[in-house]
Structures are given as C-alpha cells and as structure tokens.
Design a protein around this ligand. Sequence first.
Ligand SMILES: [Zn+2]
Length: 185
Amino acid sequence: MFKGTDKQKQYLEVLIKERVYSGELSVEQHLTAATRGGVSAFLEKIDSSDKASMLIEELIAKPRILNFKQTSIAPSGLSFSSAENPPIGIHSYNDVIYKVQASRQDENRLYAKKLTLIKKEGVFSASWEYVGRKPFPNLSSETLVDLTAAKKFGLTFGVCVVCGRGLTDEKSIEAGIGPVCAGKM
Ligand SMILES: [Zn+2]
C-alpha cells in the first residue's frame, strides 16, 4: 500500500509521467507487470514516506520525456539539470506566482520562490516562500509572466509581482508596476 502523503502521491504521478526513469524500481517493469494498475499499481509499492521522497528526488534529477525544445537547444556539455531549468523570471502557473532565480553561490543553480498574498485591513502585502525546484516541472517559457500580465497583477492587488513590494508611488500604482521592476521584465 502507498504510505506516503497525498501530496507526495500527486507529485509522483506527475513526475512518473514526465520523467525518464530507470532506477532500481523501474517504472517500465512495474507498469508492464501491473498491466491494469499502471502508475497507481507502481505507487502501491512505495511503502513509506521516506521511500516516496527518495523517489521524488530521484525523478526530479531525471530528464523530462516531453521536453525536446529545451534539451535540443541546450549546448552540449550542459548537465541535465541546467538543460531542464525554466527561464529565470516571474512565472504564473495555476494562479500561483513563482520567481525563478539563480543562487548567489552558483549561478547555474536555480531555485524558485512562491508569492503569497496576505490581505490586512483591505490592503494586500506579499511574502516570498522558498520552494526550491519543486515547481520546475510545471514552469517553462510558456508560464513566464509578461509585462501586460505583470501590470494587471499590480493593478489588481497593489503589489508589484516582480519584487512583491506594495506599490506606493502614484505613477507606479497607475501603471501596476514601478519603472525599475518593469525594466527587469
Ligand atoms: Zn517591484
């Protein structure tokens, strides 16, 4: 029986479909063995939460199956992880805003932060929460937020989608974004 959390299960279902996997627990083999069960039969064999997180980590490190665009343009010699990185910038996926940025220690190491809006006395403020590489499978050039969408966000919430700060300057409030952050887009 699957013993991980529901979140782990959902995430694994996505990863298994998206990633090339050939490890000890070969998805291929299990899928063939469990002809009717498919992915769920495979997941039944994950009998602890630790095993589930190990598998998640292993799968994240694998190349994506349906990612020809990014892997084909990646210069040779690039590791899989950099070939799979989504573009740096602000992304929107399933109504959640993510900021993808490079680590200060290693510019090839990208991670994401998730924006959370808090409403207090009718005014929104934002905070960024570190989410690592977790959202990467869902982020691509297609989820990048463009200037129009960034302005719309700013006009709706009074918060800059790029830096998460409240818009205070009158011109910035009207535009939905300040000149500095608009220049970063
Ligand atoms: Zn800003």
